[in-house]
Design a protein around this ligand. Structure first.
Ligand code: ATP
Ligand code: MG
Length: 320
């Protein structure tokens, strides 16, 4: 049923540079969460902290009840077996072909026979559309293929927790759509706890149960999708609508004078502005042929009810 991750009061710095402070959130077991935030706000640092690769100075990360910030390297090694991770740069071994890259965690962490390993590797390669590319080296394939090889490698151990750092960056829009469907289908099938870092707002709006946003060295908000999509908080609204207008600037946060000039120029983020985000995006559901566990059945029913309600409201407006 996946594993809950409970983060409390987490603070991470490098030297005197605070990356984020006092971050608290719970990734509910078996649910899909997305982490958003401008470039450089520490999303990748957060993922690496969850796996124990970086050590926060303060706070706790409880995974299935164990605070991993207190663990020694040997015990961390055991905890890491729960994870399937796709790092932002893919992190494939350059001198190994794709087959061996994807087989690596199985050879490293299990005592499975090569025949069993082969079956798993080919199944995962098929899942991400890489059959036929087994013998290719990472340097010989496109960025999107490397990304998909990284995805396949993250899945081979049937992880309880899946962390994907920008799985969609560098993919064309059609592949992003396939990837989103793959994530939803996977969640229905293996029921792991997912955390996905992405800059793709369309994906962030339709895929997860929960959304979080890092900005100004803090977790501005983390909660159910609907709470963020309908939020009036200016940073959340700006980010989820992908606008220049708002507190987030090109380099870092905007100063008060720039904000004041914008308020005069655009109006102060009035009613029309909030309407854009108040709109709920339909939720992506598991595809045909995928059995829906009770959790997804309930989500599908909620979606149907919401659509019926929207149709009803639209009819009332047109009839009035
Ligand atoms: N090992 C490290 N040592 C020192 N500073 C680091 C280290 N790793 C990350 N940083 C710094 O931490 C900050 C956050 O980096 P991080 O890669 O987490 O950003 P991000 O939110 O993932 O950005 P992007 O969206 O561009 O991937 C940056 O200022 C980066 O330079
Ligand atoms: Mg990053």
């Amino acid at each position: 049923m996946g594993v809950e991750i409970c983060v409390e009061g987490l603070t991470k710095s490098f030297g005197d540079q605070v990356i984020w402070q006092n971050v608290s959130l719970t990734l509910p077991a078996g649910e899909v969460s997305v982490m958003l935030g401008p470039s450089g706000t520490g999303k990748s640092v957060f993922l690496k902290s969850l796996v124990g690769l970086l050590k926060p100075e303060r706070g706790s990360i409880r995974i299935a009840g164990t605070d991993i910030t207190k663990l020694r390297e040997h015990d961390l090694y055991e905890v890491r077996k729960l994870f399937g991770v796709l790092f932002q740069d893919g992190a494939l071994f350059g001198s190994m072909n794709l087959y061996d890259n994807i087989a690596f965690p199985l050879r490293e962490h299990t005592r499975k026979q090569e025949s069993a390993i082969r079956k798993i590797v080919l199944e995962k390669m098929d899942m991400v559309g890489l059959i036929g590319a087994e013998d290719k080296l990472p340097g010989e394939i496109s960025g999107g293929m490397r990304k998909r090889a990284g995805l396949a490698r993250a899945l081979v151990l049937d992880p309880e927790i899946i962390l994907f750092d920008e799985p969609d960056s560098g993919l064309d829009p059609v592949r992003v759509a396939y990837l989103n469907q793959l994530i939803v289908d996977l969640n229905a099938q293996i029921d792991a706890t997912f955390l996905i870092v992405t800059h793709d707002i369309a994906s962030a709006r339709q895929v997860p149960d929960n959304i979080g946003l890092l900005f100004r060295r803090e977790l501005v908000m983390f909660g159910p999708r609907k709470q963020l999509l309908t939020s009036d908080e200016p940073v959340v609204r700006q980010f989820l609508n992908g606008r220049m207008q708002g507190p987030i600037g090109m380099a870092e946060e905007k100063d008060a004078a720039t904000m004041a000039r914008e308020a005069v120029h655009f109006g102060n983020g009035g009613a029309a502005d909030s309407a854009g985000i108040a709109e709920m995006t339909p939720r992506l559901l598991p595809g045909p042929g995928i059995d829906r566990p009770p959790r997804w059945q309930a989500i599908a029913e909620q979606e149907e009810a919401r659509e019926a309600q929207e149709t009803h409201e639209a009819q009332e407006v047109s009839g009035a």
